[in-house]
Design a protein around this ligand. Structure first.
Ligand SMILES: NC(=O)c1ccc[n+]([C@@H]2O[C@H](COP(=O)([O-])OP(=O)(O)OC[C@H]3O[C@@H](n4cnc5c(N)ncnc54)[C@H](OP(=O)(O)O)[C@@H]3O)[C@@H](O)[C@H]2O)c1
Length: 336
């Protein structure tokens, strides 16, 4: 059994992670952390878990976490996450970080987009980006994996096959994404109150969203050329799910059928990417680790659509997939 700790266990992504790990035959959850000082049973914090896991959320030191666990899932906000990771790695723990802290390679770019100096910048460039479909071999050997952002997962899986194949121009890519409200986490915020976001759709972070440089970085590596996308996220009144629509210019004529065969070849052996001719819907991936992708040529442009569950393929499912790879376990364990 691999002993596992979860930091930030009261949050939404941690809840989904716990539910997945309870199905995992090789995992024992041994520690759940919180900043609160009263140790609360997990069933009080997450009623869905009542009578399923006999553990309390505790305000543990990182040394205590390290004593109890072999591997750590860090479900904290950025900033808090890097501070914890920097202490856990020297204690010999393997860590999967859900936050944005180690996704970018360049500390200066992190400061520019996140507005603070990175507390552990020297480690950024060597951290493996945890998208198995692109970096499987690196993930297997990693001690620290930066789990991708939810929007980047949906956009990169839609576009990377075409950039790797040199089939679309790296210039002029537009990404339009829509996310359910759980993408913002459990902490209450005024714009997430029911009367504010129900029956309403709104864009946010136009030109400033922090996932834009993350998408640029990974797609540039896939293209072998600089890619600078225009990414616009939207909040829509549903609990979970992301629909991403990408627009790109083929470098030469590319029919819908030829474009689909690029996707088919790229994802032929991938257990969690489903390429289909039918237009995707978040409903079909909700609660699963699947990403569904469809492509169409519309008046000479490529339109690539993808859907994921932001809390599963966009966070906890991807983390379990990475965990399985890091521990030489079948990649789909606890995920199908
Ligand atoms: N939600 C998604 O769809 C999604 C997708 C991909 C990645 N992520 C990333 O995953 C991480 C967790 O996201 P989430 O949605 O689960 O967030 P969340 O629901 O807000 O939970 C995060 C938990 O971390 C603890 N926390 C908050 N601020 C903290 C601080 N300054 N120091 C230490 N602990 C703190 C809180 O627990 P206590 O109050 O009990 O201490 C909180 O419940 C974030 O980095 C997020 O960006 C989220």
């Amino acid at each position: 059994m691999i002993r596992v700790a979860i930091l930030g266990a009261s949050g939404y992504s941690a809840l989904e992670l716990i539910k997945l790990l309870l199905r995992h035959p090789n995992v024992q959850i041994t520690a759940l952390t919180t900043r609160q000082t009263d140790a609360r049973p997990v069933g009080n914090v997450h009623p869905e878990l009542a009578h399923r896991l006999d553990l309390r959320l505790e305000n543990l030191s990182l040394n205590q976490v390290a004593e109890r666990a072999d591997a750590v899932f860090c479900c904290l906000p950025h900033g808090a996450s890097a501070a914890a990771v920097a202490e856990l790695l020297p204690l010999g723990k393997r860590v999967i970080d859900f936050s944005a802290d180690y996704r970018l390679n360049d500390p200066a770019e992190y400061s520019q987009w996140y507005g603070v100096e990175h507390p552990d910048g020297a480690r950024m460039a060597e951290t493996v980006y945890g998208l198995p479909e692109l970096y499987r071999e690196r993930i297997k050997k990693a001690v620290l994996v930066a789990n991708p952002g939810c929007y980047p997962t949906s956009a990169i899986l839609a576009l990377a096959p075409f950039l790797r194949a040199g089939a679309i121009s790296p210039d002029g890519i537009i990404i339009d994404s829509k996310s359910g409200v759980s993408g913002a986490g459990r902490e209450p915020k005024p714009h997430l109150h029911f009367p504010e976001c129900n029956e309403s759709v709104s864009a946010y972070g136009v030109g400033t969203h922090r996932h834009m440089p993350e998408i640029d970085q990974v797609l540039s590596e896939a293209a072998g050329n600089q890619v600078r996308v225009v990414f616009t996220p939207h909040l829509i009144p549903m609990d979970r799910g992301i629909l991403t629509t990408c627009y790109a210019q083929p470098v030469k004529e590319l029919s819908t059928e030829s474009a689909q065969s690029i996707l088919d070849r790229f994802y032929a052996k991938e257990p969690f990417v489903r390429v289909s001719g039918a237009l995707p819907s978040t409903r079909h991936v909700a609660g699963t680790n699947f990403c569904d992708i469809t492509v169409r040529n519309v008046r000479g442009r490529l339109v690539v659509l993808s859907v994921i569950d932001n809390l599963i393929k966009g966070a906890s499912g991807a983390a379990v997939q990475n965990f399985n790879l890091m521990h030489s376990l079948p990649e789909t364990t606890a995920l199908l």
